[in-house]
Design a protein around this ligand. Structure first.
Ligand SMILES: Cc1ncc(COP(=O)(O)O)c(C=O)c1O
Length: 403
């Protein structure tokens, strides 16, 4: 590749990229563990992890060697054949969860698309019922494809794209009465995030999640839990659903599963998965050997390095440090989270939060904003207390700078 000046690269990046994105003015070049470096050699502490994706951090040795080995053997074969990594990954996901069956795809939106289609088809062909509606929650985020964005109960994501896919209704998060009020004779499923990430890091309450399970059981509907962001150890459990003492019917995964290599998964019980009869759903790249090997390596490394336990411990430490900061810093309104999925709501607007994020980049700390005025911290699960101390020190300095 021809060596180009960073300024010229940035200008080319801005002029040719879809205007739906607006990245920061940095060109990242390489990473190691919790840190990344840009082309100019400037170092950043990564508390965003590619938005809750890099479970093992950057360039983890286990990942480098597994992917190097896999890429030299097989990267893609299609679902017309089996590959060993795909079979082993299916087995591992089944072993670790409520699920009996796994459908692989390439992103969170696609995993949710499959969940939505599976819930409708389950009503039709297993329950032999005309039910098709899915209740989702205000503040949710399920992805950008038409089904997933229609499920996303945030009007800003619908603007200009109407008409949305019919059959979704929206209830208030953490408000069971609101879900009951939305229920109709056509309700086939409820879809919920245990921790709303994009919605501003809001944790579902135990009575709410247990109440959803009860309602679905009583009324013959499915409980779909979107763990695209909260899954794979991030909250201190393999699935955040485990905190609530309930078993879902369908769970969707993506982000942290591949540790940076795109993969999504829709997990279901045997009786629900039965609705996906031969040929009813599929995707070319889903579960390809490269992505499956990446995900297997993530799961093996979570176990070997006790990273789920680490996420619980370091996450609690991060929450504690941020709550202590909030007591001294009037610009912080609230600190929320579970494990290494943490939000700091600021007193101010979305612009104020964005300004802090930009200053974070300038001062070598990566995080982003969610739900408007909330700063979101979703670092790799390898983060240590020392990383937290450094991040909180930088954040404290950012708050002390003039707004
Ligand atoms: C809970 C949740 N579901 C679905 C998605 C969509 O995932 P993707 O961007 O991989 O399509 C996201 C992405 O942020 C998410 O946080």
């Amino acid at each position: 590749m021809e060596k180009r000046e960073t300024a010229s690269l940035l200008a080319a990046g801005r002029s040719s990229m879809s205007p739906s994105y607006s990245p920061q003015s940095v060109v990242l070049d390489h990473g190691k563990g919790m840190r990344v470096w840009d082309r100019e050699g400037k170092e950043y502490l990564d508390f965003l992890g590619g938005i809750a994706v890099l479970s093992l951090g950057h360039a983890h040795p286990a990942m480098v060697s597994a992917l190097t080995d896999q890429i030299s053997k097989l990267t893609h074969i299609s679902n017309i054949y089996f590959s060993e990594p795909q079979i082993l990954l299916q087995e591992e996901l089944v072993r670790r969860t409520f699920a009996d069956r796994v459908f692989f795809c390439n992103s969170g939106a696609e995993a949710n698309e499959a969940a939505i289609k599976l819930a409708r088809r389950h009503a039709r062909i297993v329950q032999r019922s005309p039910k098709f509606e899915i209740i989702t929650l205000e503040g949710s985020f399920h992805g950008r494809t038409y089904g997933a964005v229609s499920a996303t109960a945030q009007p800003k994501y619908h603007e200009g794209f109407e008409p949305m896919v019919p059959g979704f209704s929206y209830a208030k998060f953490n408000d069971l009465a609101s879900v009951e009020a939305r229920w109709t004779a056509h309700t086939a499923a409820v879809m919920v995030e245990p921790v709303q990430g994009e919605g501003g890091v809001r944790v579902a309450s135990r009575p709410f999640m247990q109440g959803l399970r009860r309602l679905c059981d009583e009324r013959g509907a499915l409980l779909i839990v979107d763990e695209v962001q909260s899954g794979i150890g991030r909250t201190g459990r393999f699935l955040a659903t485990e905190f609530y003492g309930i078993e879902p019917d369908i769970v969707t995964l993506a982000k942290g599963l591949g540790g940076g290599v795109p993969i999504g998964a829709t997990l279901a019980t045997e009786s629900v998965a039965a609705a996906f009869t031969k040929g009813s759903h599929g995707t070319t790249f889903g579960g390809n050997p490269l992505a499956a090997r990446a995900a297997l390596t993530v799961l093996e490394t979570l176990d070997r390095e006790a990273l789920t336990e680490n996420a619980a411990r370091v996450g609690a430490y991060l929450l504690g440090r941020l709550r202590a900061l909030a007591r001294q810093q009037p610009r912080i309104r609230e600190v929320r989270g579970l494990g290494l999925m943490v939000g700091v709501e600021v007193n101010g607007t979305a612009d104020d939060a964005t300004a802090l994020m930009v200053k974070g980049v300038q001062n070598g700390l990566l995080f982003n904003t969610a739900g408007g005025n909330t700063l979101r911290f979703v670092p790799p699960l390898i983060a240590t207390e020392a990383d937290v101390d450094l991040a909180v020190a930088v954040l404290s300095a950012l708050f002390a700078m003039p707004a």
